[in-house]
Design a binder for this molecule. Sequence first.
Ligand code: 6PG
Length: 468
Amino acid sequence: MSKAEIGVFGLAVMGSNLALNIADHGYKVALSNRTSSKIDQMMESAGELAGRFIPNTGLGAFVRSIKKPRAIIIMVKAGKPVDLTIQALLEHMEEGDAIIEAGNANYRDSMRRFEELRARGIGFLGVGVSGGEEGARFGPSIMAGGSKDQWHNAEEILTAISAKFNGEPCAAYLGTSGAGHFVKTIHNGIEYADMQMIAEVFGVMRDGLGMTPAECAQVFKKWNEGPLNSYLIEITGLVLEAVDEKTGKPLVELILDKAGQKGTGRWSAIAAQELGVAATTIEGAVAARAISALKEERIAAQSVYGAPGAGEAKMSLGQLEQALLAGKIAAYAQGFAIMKKASEENGWELPLGTIARIWRAGCIIRSGFLDQMAKSYEKDHAVNLLVAPDFVEIMQASSDALRNVVAAGALGAFPLPCLSAALAYFDGYRRAEGTANLIQGQRDFFGAHGFVLTDREGEQHGDWPSTL
Ligand code: 6PG
């Protein structure tokens, strides 16, 4: 029997869909999983593609069934399960083989794994895969980091299975170890901010404008045909119009308002903090999920303060649309700023234009304006999106609406942590004369930390009075 071109270990939804996607493109795929029942299930449901799979429960047989130099995609739960899987596979792999880790790994783990495997002569690619279940099956966005040689070995298959935007593959090598998973982490940070801002707007429509989910759905559908066109706006319309079969009620009204999180949004905010980059929209989104989880406490707090008023929001749907647009630009600006700084710190040389290009299709944050964003970053790699000419125009046209929405939200007690963070970021970034002069004075007062005077050279100190 001829050998497989690639192996896939880990056949939960994402792994099995990736394997089916690879087989669909004509490649022979070796399959394995910790429990054999998943392999059986996969073979039973593979239909015509079953002939392209070589299933094996035993790891030795699985590895041997792959052509050398072997490439094995592992798609298991992030963290310890990845290390245990690598350890087990290593017993059977040989120098020159490679592991492609395609889960939502912490980028620092990918850096460590890259070094550990390199010491044993095994290649490692840490690959961010976005697009959820459907993406994995029919074309995800693929963000690779690791050794360039390993990328070249796997490039043909990863490019073939990726999403295509106007025929261009949404898969790319982004830099050395850790780069791929870092970019995926920031993708998810932007995803969190984008989702949260949409949810904030939904909250205003529901509680401030008294709209039903079905009415909101119609608005999101309309917005999806304009500048907000994106996958997340599209699925928002679909989620809002879904009806629970049992009760006939809008499904969204029955879904408990506690958001889960697997960690990538938080990692994104932590990375930004570590790098000293403002990521307030992402932080706002992570914090909003944390508050959402406190359902019982929120119920108790509402009984203390009383229910906020409803039906009072002084804002129009047009303003909400524009506010969302401005907020999204701020969130992307922050996400790209984090990547720019991380790239400098880690020597990754992250190609920001390419990243925007491979996010144009396949991934969860795909949206109409990523093409424009790609062009902006290709023209000027270092630019903050807020001052990229194409986006300046959009911000000029939409920031007043964002300001109105945030102001009306504050007056109506609608929590808008992400939209208000976006506005504060915009206002802080565009203001030449800030207030950090006072911070510097305070720091020098209590800690002699020093400051720079605008009319003198060198570090200075104030002659502060004693407070004793
Ligand atoms: C993607 C998604 C995917 C997954 C998130 C969900 O790009 O395909 O981001 O990776 O849906 O991990 O993350 P939370 O559970 O943290 O919302």
